[in-house]
Design a protein around this ligand. Sequence first.
Ligand code: CMC
Length: 429
Amino acid sequence: MDDHVTLTYQGKSYRLPVIVGTENERGIDILRLRTDTGFITLDPGFANTGACLSSITYMDGEKGILRYRGIPVEELAENSTFKETAYLLINGRLPSEDELRRFSIMLNDHSLVHEDMKTFYQNFPRASHPMGILSSMVNALRSFYPELQATEEEINFTVTRLLAKVRTMAAMSYKISRGHTVVYPRPDLAYSENFLNMMFNTPVKPYEFVREVVRALEVFWILHADHEQNCSTTAVRVVGSGRVNLYAAISAGMSALWGPLHGGANQAVIEMLSEIHRMDGDYRKAIERAKDKADPFRLMGFGHRVYKTYDPRAKIMKRMCDDLLKKLQINDPLLDIAKALEETAMNDAFFRENNLYPNVDFYSGIVLRAIGIPTNMFTVMFAIGRLPGWIAQWKESMDDPQWRISRPRQIYIGPTETHYVPMAERPRS
Ligand code: CMC
């Protein structure tokens, strides 16, 4: 069927093809718009722009749906592991038992980091933020591991190695920042256990695994594993489109994730809740400030570009937060503040009218605190979780038959042609 829209301007009509996705999402194909009409489109923040066709993740922001390769995130959070979900995202389908076993072996075999990299870590100033360290170190990986990307097998090897190393590098940055001895990965431990052991084991106190903590970490990572064309994923695709190496593209994604409006929100939420706690728990002031248009303050962990209903990840996270704190017998005053704040905001006309609901970051920080993760490592935890998504999106973009370097246009609003004035002729002040 010739499905199209017609654009009419000054008596002339142009036909623009309509593209329909498998879930009936519709888009107008403007590939030939400028050539045929001389027009470009203007869409700051790309709120209405589809940058690619993708078969990785589906989101419906009105219904609160999130699926990886067609599988609802709720089912993955209930039944899958982070490793299996990573395989699913990167390879497009769930692995067989044998494929998963081989994937695990590869992750274990490549989890060590070149010893020379430790020197870099040790030379970052103590106050460095772990996200800055991690993104720099991931970029530096290119110097240690030259990229071989001729065959599918080599690409799979490179991306699996990256998955294995980032987990080690993240734990290493924490240990070094505390001045502790680095704990090496252990091949007998599963992905999350290995990370917890590298983070918290010390020569004087071996880390004791608690089943619920390990599972909470797995679920945290599964919930963060992909989220289609968000800010950091777009950074990975845009930077990757210049055909830089994989490490540089992923490092760009990490830098984008760091921002408090994106992945940095999990840290910002805890800082906001802690501040409210310090101010005698008066969360209503924060709500009033968020509503005040003259005040740039926003409720961290609220609102989303796509979700106009409760973020499905936040629902799972909230439930998990309750269960975990109960199991660990932790009484975190920040959870009480978060719940009271959510309830009040949800009954407030401003939040309802603007469709502002808690997002994944609202409760995730409390879960991470309960696990023992320090606040400045929260966004690093998000980055480890998002890595399979970035990799899958990067791979997809490399194979895209419509691939072109990312290069948006603009509407210029500066001065029209003007001429250079020598210094002596310019006004004095
Ligand atoms: N608190 C108060 N007002 C808000 C908030 C908030 N958290 N979020 C949006 N608004 C208001 C905003 O001021 C605007 O009002 P108006 O139209 O009157 O100017 C309206 O709601 C629409 O917001 P927007 O900024 O146009 O929406 P956006 O899609 O550009 O931004 C967002 C999305 C997530 C950046 C934004 O909601 C925000 O800043 N939230 C707080 C930071 C946060 O929690 N980020 C984590 C997002 S989820 C994790 C991830 O995947 O990145």
